[in-house]
Design a protein around this ligand. Structure first.
Ligand SMILES: CC(C)(COP(=O)(O)OP(=O)(O)OC[C@H]1O[C@@H](n2cnc3c(N)ncnc32)[C@H](O)[C@@H]1OP(=O)(O)O)[C@@H](O)C(=O)NCCC(=O)NCCS
Length: 175
């Protein structure tokens, strides 16, 4: 099924497929150690090549197993990324980042809420999981505001940018 782009619109944001024209903006926002170290997979430094690989990777995703959106603000343009993907858990996992100039304005929460509506209505998923490192309470707050609950499980995760493992607090959301 070919989805229209943007796939999701919220009050201030559109979630849409990233395009080749987004590469330089994505690289400049993502090249931030305080973003990469809060994720499992983002490298640091984050180069133009990394952003190109990301955009190509999203274009090649199996839409039954993954959906990754660029988060575009109506005035500021691209501000971050949110992705849902099947991993080894029983429900798809959600992950996201927002560029530092745009932190603290509610964009992560708004994008997450929009993607939850999409996941339930269009992707027909009844549950999603997420995790945040124990030293990242801001992300825990975003997930709580969007309706995720702590499962009580704390799991070790390997962060590429940290080159180390860190404790991840696991959360779940039910549609
Ligand atoms: C975490 C992140 C996505 C938040 O994005 P954002 O757009 O600033 O988030 P929002 O504005 O929607 O909400 C942030 C919430 O965290 C709270 N917060 C911020 N710093 C905090 C801290 N140190 N401790 C506790 N809460 C904190 C804010 O007060 C806000 O909650 P509130 O509305 O109740 O006041 C962003 O900082 C980011 O991309 N960080 C790096 C990558 C990352 O962590 N990704 C998630 C991996 S699990």
């Amino acid at each position: 099924m070919i989805e229209p782009s943007p796939v999701v619109e919220t009050r201030r944001l559109a979630l849409r497929a990233p395009r080749p024209q987004d590469v330089s903006r994505l690289a400049s926002l993502a090249n931030d150690p305080d973003i990469a170290r809060m994720t499992l997979r983002m490298p640091h430094p984050y180069s133009i090549d990394d952003a190109e690989t990301f955009v190509l990777g999203v274009a090649g995703q199996d839409p039954a197993r993954a959906a990754t959106f660029l988060i575009e603000h109506e005035d500021h343009g691209p501000v971050g990324v949110i992705g849902l993907f099947e991993d080894s858990d029983p429900a798809p996992e959600v992950g996201y980042w927002i560029g530092r100039p745009f932190w603290g304005r509610g964009y992560a929460t708004e994008a997450l809420q929009g993607s939850l509506v999409w996941a339930a209505k269009r992707w027909k998923r009844r549950a999603l999981v997420a995790g945040h490192f124990t030293d990242n309470p801001a992300s825990g707050r975003v997930l709580e505001k969007a309706g995720f609950l702590y499962t009580g499980e704390v799991r070790r995760g390997f962060s590429k940018a940290r080159s180390d493992e860190a404790q991840t607090r696991r959360m779940v959301w039910l549609a």
